[in-house]
Design a protein. Structure first.
Length: 266
């Protein structure tokens, strides 16, 4: 089985370059922000970071395909890099430090493309998380200075911490009643949002999290980090991996109950 460690090292190089670009424009008074057709914001920093990553991939991995949030798919083949240049753009443009660059390598397998490498880099928080298939998940400043991640052992919802992004998506999908029932059952809820709940699940600081509507680039890196930390990552339909258009992540023992509440009366 491939060890993917060379790809992981390269993903860190890509993240370093993206961090420099995004931090250079964070809180800039002249930052240019546009509204995309789906009514979500995109900044000049989103575009610049993705262009930078794509350029390095084209030079160093010319045979690999690329899927990015801002510029779509380029290339074909059994290996595909998936990029979200700034996950949390709304935070970024308002000066909130909770945003990250998400980089994943996905490889074609028997059940389709699955993530085999993931890096989540949040430079304004001074944090980075990563994983490669079969090698575990880690957090730290660098590959040589890192701590291994492992999900929690909480086994009861009444003891669990639940993280989410917002209420609106659950209401739009008709899942709000089950969502609210879940919030009443758990020990604690917090709306950390975007990539951060998944990293907190991987760290064992949060036990369950979910989002009702996502794209592949929002999930691919998160999925491999959660699973390599010993957790479970599926869609709300229970399908493993980042392909369902939504996500539920947990420490494992709580996963079925998490899905049960979020699909309640749906």
């Amino acid at each position: 089985m491939p060890d993917y460690l060379d790809d992981l090292r390269f993903a860190h190089v890509l993240a370093d370059a993206a961090d420099a670009a995004t931090m250079g424009r964070f809180k800039a008074l002249d930052l240019k922000v546009e509204t995309k057709p789906d009514m979500t914001p995109v900044s000049e920093a989103d575009k610049a970071a993705e262009e930078l990553i794509r350029g390095q991939l084209q030079r160093a991995r010319p045979r690999d395909a690329i899927l990015g949030e801002e510029y779509g798919v380029e290339g074909t083949g059994p290996r595909r890099w998936v990029i979200d240049p700034i996950d949390g753009t709304k935070n970024y443009v308002r000066g909130v430090p909770v945003w990250a660059t998400l980089i994943s390598l996905m490889e074609a397998g028997e059940t389709g493309f699955e993530p085999v490498v993931g890096v989540v880099s949040a430079p304004a928080l001074g944090r980075r998380w990563w994983a490669a298939q079969g090698h575990g998940a880690f957090t730290g400043r660098s590959l040589s200075s890192a701590s291994r991640l492992h999900v929690s052992r909480v086994s009861k919802l009444s003891d669990a911490s639940f993280a989410y992004s917002s209420l609106s998506g659950w209401e739009e999908q008709g899942r709000l009643d089950g969502f609210l029932d879940l919030t009443r059952e758990v020990w604690r809820t917090r709306a950390y949002g975007d990539f951060w709940p998944y990293m907190l699940v991987a760290e064992g600081a949060v036990d369950i999290c979910a989002e009702p509507e996502l794209s592949l680039w929002d999930m691919a890196a998160n999925a491999i980090i959660v699973t390599e930390a010993g957790g479970t990552f599926t869609g709300l339909d229970g399908r493993p991996g980042p392909h369902s258009g939504n996500a539920a992540a947990s420490n494992g023992p709580l996963h079925d109950e998490l899905l049960g509440y979020l699909n309640q009366r749906y």
